[in-house]
Design a protein around this ligand. Structure first.
Ligand code: AMP
Length: 434
């Protein structure tokens, strides 16, 4: 006897997206594409795996992502001419976009590059609601040579204003924008040193994670949600006091432009974000508790990364970008029940008896060609079952029985009103469209 085997399942932290939920994903992506294009963004698609070095250098060795969350493997050489190479499934998309910018010499055009992407990212995090090992991000990057205006605070404000528009158009309720400036690379260095010093006498009273961060990456202590450590963290020096004049003025101009556009925000001096490449403006959009995200209330995050291109061996190319967690966006929309979940189909055709199946399919073909969305039942179903199936997926049911076929007059029932009417074959498409 063959040994029974366990059935195979999707890997922990990954999941299947099924209809009707996929319709909501498509709806969200359609709106995002429309907003991005109105602001002058074009799509970029970079490979899903890259040389491990890209993330080690671009994201930073000390970050959680690089130190413990990447899916990395040694890709064996297949021919003598080939070298083995360490490859990694992309944990985020900014490094890939900047690599592509450098590789294709996009800076040589002298133009500002406004790029967007939509795609899966991979991090080996502990799975929970709103946190997966394969998750989707929709993001944008604005970058270019300094002469293209890529460093201008106007770009930061435009990106933030676009996000406010996108979330409003998607119907996300109660979002909050938190902004901060982490200053230039030099400001950050001075701040890091001051933080390290301030943490020295108090770190032994903090949790183990924060003790480690105090050594390796003191900025990350500010991110900590550990309740027992909050009092100490609140007493630490603030980055705002370490910004040089040009970073201060840059930040002030971003905020002034947001004020002019009427985009509401809160300055959060603790918002430093986990990735190493951020400079100056950093931001996060959160949603209120009860929006379906549990403890993961950050919907999206981003910031400016003026030195990233140089870190990757490219020319100076200041830039700013963000990534929206699409999974979290969908969870929010579902919980807030505001999304226009895919509308029901226009009609369900119910043949009465299997002899009517072929005629039902022919009618469906005619209606689908006329642009209507149509589902076809089966003549083997009893009337009650046809009605139940139709009510689940469509706004109306069209009954196709012997009499209807003979007379060419069809019975149509609209579920929302309970109204039942007789419609001629010639008028059916128009009636279903109404
Ligand atoms: P980050 O690239 O870490 O700045 O993340 C940007 C956004 O991506 C976050 O605000 C989340 O919405 C989303 N995100 C990050 N990690 C995950 C994950 N493991 N699962 C789902 N969404 C995530």
């Amino acid at each position: 006897m063959p040994t029974p085997t366990n059935s195979l399942k999707a890997v922990r932290g990954t999941r299947d997206l099924l209809p009707p939920e996929t319709a909501l994903w498509n709806h969200v992506e359609t709106i995002a594409r429309s907003v991005f294009s109105r602001y002058g963004f074009g799509e970029i698609r970079t490979p899903i795996f890259e040389d491990t070095q890209l993330f080690a250098r671009g994201v930073g060795e000390e970050t959680d992502i690089v130190s413990k969350e990447m899916y990395t493997w040694e890709d064996r050489a297949r021919a003598q001419s080939e070298k083995a190479q360490s490859l990694t499934l992309r944990p985020e998309n900014t490094a890939g976009v900047v690599r592509a910018y450098i590789e294709h010499k996009l800076g040589d055009t002298g133009q500002l590059q406004k790029l967007f992407y939509i795609g899966p990212q991979f991090r080996r995090e502990r799975p929970q609601r709103g946190r997966y090992r394969q998750f989707w991000q929709m993001g944008v990057e604005v970058l270019g040579p300094t002469s293209s205006g890529a460093e201008s605070p106007l770009r930061d404000a435009e990106v933030l204003e676009m996000l406010a528009t996108l979330l409003d158009e998607l119907g996300v309720k109660g979002w909050r924008l938190e902004v901060n400036s982490v200053g230039s690379t030099d400001d950050r260095k001075r701040y890091n040193a001051a933080l390290r010093e301030a943490l020295q006498p108090v770190k032994s009273r903090m949790c183990e994670d924060n003790q480690r961060r105090a050594e390796t990456n003191p900025l990350r202590v500010l991110d900590s949600k550990e309740p027992a450590d909050q009092e100490i963290i609140n007493g630490l020096p603030k980055i705002a006091d370490f910004l040089d004049e040009s970073s201060q003025s840059h930040f002030a101009q971003v905020l002034a432009a947001l004020d002019a556009c009427g985009v509401a925000y809160t300055v959060n001096p603790r918002l430093v974000r986990g990735l190493d490449y951020y400079t100056r403006t950093t931001f996060e959009f959160t949603v209120p508790d009860g929006s379906g995200l549990g403890t993961q209330n950050a919907l999206l995050g981003g910031g400016r990364y003026d030195g990233l291109s140089e870190m990757l061996g490219g020319p100076k190319a200041p830039g700013i970008g963000f990534a929206i967690g699409e999974d979290r966006l969908i969870l929010t929309l579902q919980a807030q029940a505001e999304a226009e979940v895919a509308a029901k189909m226009d009609a369900y055709i119910a043949p009465m008896g299997v002899e009517r199946n072929a005629a039902a399919l022919a009618l469906a073909r005619e209606l689908r060609r006329a642009g209507l969305s149509v589902e076809v039942g089966d003549g083997g179903f009893r009337l009650k079952k046809s009605f139940e199936a139709a009510d689940r997926v469509a706004r109306r049911i069209v009954i196709l029985g012997e009499d209807e076929l003979a007379s060419g007059v069809l019975t149509v029932k609209t579920f929302a009103t309970g109204e039942q009417t007789k419609v001629t074959r010639a008028e059916i498409a128009a009636a279903l469209r109404a």
